[in-house]
Design a protein around this ligand. Structure first.
Ligand SMILES: NC(=O)c1ccc[n+]([C@@H]2O[C@H](COP(=O)([O-])OP(=O)(O)OC[C@H]3O[C@@H](n4cnc5c(N)ncnc54)[C@H](OP(=O)(O)O)[C@@H]3O)[C@@H](O)[C@H]2O)c1
Length: 275
C-alpha cells in the first residue's frame, strides 16, 4: 500500500497537469508525494483523451449509507478530501437522481483548491425538484439527463435522450455530454448509476474508498445486473492501493484509454456478459 502525502506543491503540480501545463512524471518529489501523483495523475491527464472515473465510498461491510438513508459521511475526512480532489480534476460530476433526492449534494469543490465541475444529474422521469441545491444558479454548469419533457429553469441545460424500458443508454449519455464539451467525468454515485457505466464498459477507472466503520445493513456499493457465478469469472482489475490516512482507496484500472479512445463509443466492449 502506498501512503499519500498531498503537499501544496504536489497538488499544484496535479492541477497544472490537468491544465496541460506540466507532466506528472518529472520533478523531485518524496515517495509519498510521488504516490499522490500516481493516484491523481491518470485522472488529471488530458493527453490520452477524456477520462471517465467512478468513485464510491463504503464501509468495511460494503455499505454506502444506513437503512434509513444516512450517508453523511461514510467516508472519513481524508476520504472526503479525496472526493473533492477528484471533482476538481474533471469537467463534470454525474450522479443518479436517487442520490440527488436523498443527499441534497452541492457537488462543489470545498476541501481543496480547484474549480467546481459541471453538476450532472441522471433523472429519466424528471423527478428532481427545481429548487434542488445543485440546480441553483451562480456557479458551475447544471445539466439534467432525462427522457422527460419537463421544462427546466433558464440556465439549466437538458440532455434529452430516449429511454428503453426506463433506462437511458450510458453510451448515449457519455456521447451527449462530450458533445456538450464535458469530456472528463466523475461518476460519483450511487451504486446503480456507477454500475450502469461499469457494465457498459465505459469506466476507465473505478475507485473504491473504504472507511473503517461497520454499518450492518443498508444499500451496498456495487451490485451488477449480471453477476458472475464462479469466482474464476470475476472481473479482476489492475489495482493499486493507497492509504489516505482515514480511508484506503482501491484504484482500479479498467481499460487503456489510449486504446479505447481510438474506437467509437458504440464499439467499446461490454465488460462481462451473463453466462
Ligand atoms: N457513499 C457514497 O460514495 C455514495 C455516493 C452516492 C450516493 N450514495 C448513496 O447511495 C444511495 C443512492 O444510490 P442508488 O444506487 O440507490 O441510486 P442512484 O445511482 O443515486 O440513482 C439511481 C437512479 O438514477 C437514475 N438513473 C441512473 N442511471 C440511469 C440510467 N442509465 N438510465 C435511467 N435512469 C438512470 C434512475 O432514476 P429513476 O429512479 O427515476 O428511474 C435510477 O433509479 C443513497 O443512499 C445515497 O446516499 C452513497
Amino acid at each position: 500500500m502506498h501512503a499519500i502525502d498531498l503537499t501544496p506543491r504536489v497538488w499544484d503540480r496535479i492541477l497544472a497537469v490537468r491544465d496541460g501545463k506540466a507532466c506528472a512524471c518529472c520533478g523531485r518529489f518524496t515517495p509519498a508525494e510521488r504516490a499522490a501523483l500516481d493516484l491523481y495523475g491518470p485522472v488529471a491527464r488530458r493527453d490520452l483523451g477524456p477520462v471517465t472515473v467512478a468513485q464510491i465510498g463504503q464501509s468495511l461491510d460494503g455499505r454506502v449509507a444506513t437503512s434509513s438513508g444516512d450517508a453523511r459521511d461514510v467516508s472519513g475526512p481524508e476520504g472526503l478530501a479525496h472526493l473533492h480532489r477528484l471533482r476538481a480534476l474533471v469537467d463534470g460530476v454525474v450522479i443518479g437522481v436517487r442520490t440527488a433526492l436523498h443527499d441534497h449534494p452541492r457537488l462543489t469543490v470545498r476541501l481543496c483548491s480547484g474549480h467546481d465541475p459541471a453538476r450532472i444529474v441522471i433523472d429519466p422521469q424528471g423527478r428532481l425538484p427545481d429548487d434542488a441545491l445543485l440546480l441553483r444558479p451562480g456557479g458551475a454548469r447544471r445539466v439534467i439527463v432525462t427522457a422527460s419533457d419537463r421544462p427546466r429553469a433558464p440556465g439549466v441545460e437538458v440532455l434529452r435522450l430516449r429511454a428503453v424500458e426506463g433506462r437511458l443508454d450510458p453510451v448515449q449519455i457519455l456521447e451527449g455530454l462530450r458533445e456538450m464539451g464535458l469530456g472528463s467525468l466523475l461518476i460519483e454515485g450511487g451504486g446503480l448509476t456507477i454500475t450502469g457505466f461499469l457494465e457498459a464498459g465505459l469506466l476507465d477507472r473505478l475507485q473504491v474508498s473504504i472507511a473503517p466503520l461497520i454499518i450492518g445493513a443498508g444499500p451496498q456499493g456495487l451490485t451488477t445486473r449480471n453477476p458472475v457465478e464462479k469466482l474464476a469469472d470475476a472481473l479482476r482489475p489492475d489495482t493499486r492501493v493507497y492509504g489516505l490516512g482515514s480511508d484506503i482507496v482501491f484504484d482500479c484500472g479498467l481499460g487503456t484509454r489510449a486504446e479505447l479512445a481510438r474506437r467509437p463509443l458504440h464499439e467499446r466492449p461490454m465488460i462481462r456478459h451473463a453466462h
